[in-house]
Design a protein around this ligand. Sequence first.
Ligand code: FAD
Length: 272
Amino acid sequence: MAAKKVLIVYAHQSSGSFNAAAKDAAVEVLKAKDYAVEVSDLYAMKFKATATAEDITGDVKNADHFCYAEETKLAWEAGKLSADITEEQRKLKEADLVILQFPMYWFTLPAIMKGWIDRVLTLGFAFSNEKRYSQGIFKDKKAMLSFTTGSQESMFSANGVNGDMNVTLWPLQHGILHYCGFQVLAPQIFWAPSHVTSEVRGTMLENWRKRLDGVMGEEPLSFTPLDCFDGEKGFQLKPEVCEKHATKEFGLTVGIHLGKPLPPNNQMKAGV
Ligand SMILES: Cc1cc2nc3c(=O)[nH]c(=O)nc-3n(C[C@H](O)[C@H](O)[C@H](O)COP(=O)(O)OP(=O)(O)OC[C@H]3O[C@@H](n4cnc5c(N)ncnc54)[C@H](O)[C@@H]3O)c2cc1C
């Protein structure tokens, strides 16, 4: 059997950072398991963060009204995407597991990593109207967010000042990763590494190493399958699905909650 391949997309400016330590630990543990590991170090690569017409080599179809998604789809089909996007798409296509490693910026990921998402996950290559969510193009691949925060865990709890981390994660895990079909593994969250002792940081990294040792066998988070929604009726939940869940205490997922309480930790743990 061919060796498993892992792509780590990494966004931190400093090799002395905790994010660098988390990335380095992942490279070491996964390589020791004989996985092929590639790292896209976005700041070191000076990765372009903006989605523009320069992402296409040669003429575009409609320069007067440039539509990024359509133009890049055509360019992808014609092999005319810029070299940096084509190279990232090669890495992504080969990967069995993708880890996004980053510090949380403004409740989401840093702009340079959002740029990687905007530019690399091209229409046609990563998703289409027919192929998304549970029927998505990358449904045989796994993906995981691994990130640090400035906030303590309690601040991102259901009663915390920042609101529930499950809600914060929904756009990234559902709207980006699962939209492209990825099986999304539970996020790895390093809470406030700047505000804990070096001993606690050491334990965080040790736990990360232990988790990585079995990461390929992990069950993904639950999302509602696409065939539960009626494409003829604006992709709303089918009545029979609503009926089936009428007596349940919690909604289906954090984002699709049927007017009920959010299912606790639906975006943090598999099997809930
Ligand atoms: C623009 C911006 C927006 C932000 N928005 C948010 C937000 O919305 N929510 C939020 O919670 N936070 C936010 N933050 C804070 C940010 O998420 C944290 O500063 C960041 O996650 C900390 O991670 P780091 O890798 O940069 O830590 P670092 O400061 O690099 O590291 C933390 C500590 O770990 C030490 N360390 C490094 N390597 C190791 C090692 N091998 N072993 C043990 N210790 C080690 C370092 O020396 C340091 O003492 C924001 C920050 C910025 C700049």
